[in-house]
Write a protein of this length. Structure first.
Length: 246
């Protein structure tokens, strides 16, 4: 069973509390999870110390930053106290597995972002599977090693602005076709619609025949219904995976 504990202080912004509570209520209803809201002021000193130690244990285990260093508010202040940011701890079967907000690889992930990831995933398990990789991570992988997508692919550029949006990455294949890639963690309907809008604006901007453009999505996961939609729209899909070598 997944359980969330959200710790607030009297000076925690009301908008933050509202967003978190709304998300937790939706997750409870959609994923059958439990949650509780706890006031830091109501904790005994020993309970505060236990909470700080629990956060530090999660930090060491997950290799994340939890102490504020002037780059945004994190669960533990620079004075080693519990901060007013609103601290979310996710437990599974009684074991704490994550704390938010946190910083990993210089990227801040807020409690709201984490809950939105869960809410937009088909299950908590799917969200956890995808939470350990970011879109930036995927971008670095495929632009550094285009052969992960297909042999002979050549990386051209990233974050290409066209009318109607920004293309995450562009490659050239062995036939000279331009391969436009949308990068997602969990590929959803908006990703499909986005990549479909790239074709003509890119062709017009760069003087490329639309027939010489391929469209694709690189993601960590995609469900079967959206995979069917991609096939129908002529969008190629590549999912990241690891294969154990025998």
């Amino acid at each position: 069973m997944d359980t969330f504990r959200f710790y607030t202080r009297e000076d925690t912004p009301a908008e933050t509390i509202r967003q978190i509570v709304d998300s937790l209520e939706n997750i409870r209803d959609s994923h059958q999870c439990n949650f509780e809201i706890l006031a830091i002021e109501d904790l005994r000193d020993d309970e505060k110390d236990e909470l700080i130690e629990a956060i530090r244990v999660i930090s060491r285990k997950n290799a994340i930053g939890v102490v504020s260093k002037g780059r945004g508010s994190l669960p533990i202040s620079r004075k080693k106290n519990l901060s007013n940011v609103g601290i979310l701890i996710h437990s599974r079967d009684g074991k704490d597995i994550s704390v938010h907000p946190n910083v990993k690889n210089n990227k801040l992930t807020t409690a709201v972002q984490y809950l939105n990831l869960i809410l937009n995933s088909s299950s908590v398990e799917d969200a956890l599977d995808s939470n350990y990789i970011s879109e930036d991570d995927i971008s670095r992988m495929i632009t550094s090693l285009p052969e992960l997508i297909e042999p002979g692919l050549i990386f051209k550029e990233i974050e290409v602005e066209v009318d109607g949006g920004r293309i995450d990455a562009v490659f050239i294949d062995e036939q000279g076709k331009h391969f436009l890639i949308e990068i997602e963690i969990n590929a959803r309907d908006n990703a499909i619609g986005q990549v479909q809008r790239f074709n003509l604006p890119y062709a017009e901007k760069y003087g490329v025949d639309p027939e010489d453009i391929r469209l694709g999505i690189v993601c960590a996961s995609i469900d079967s219904s959206r995979m069917t939609a991609c096939r129908g729209a002529g969008i190629e899909v590549y999912c990241l995976c690891l294969k154990k070598m025998e």
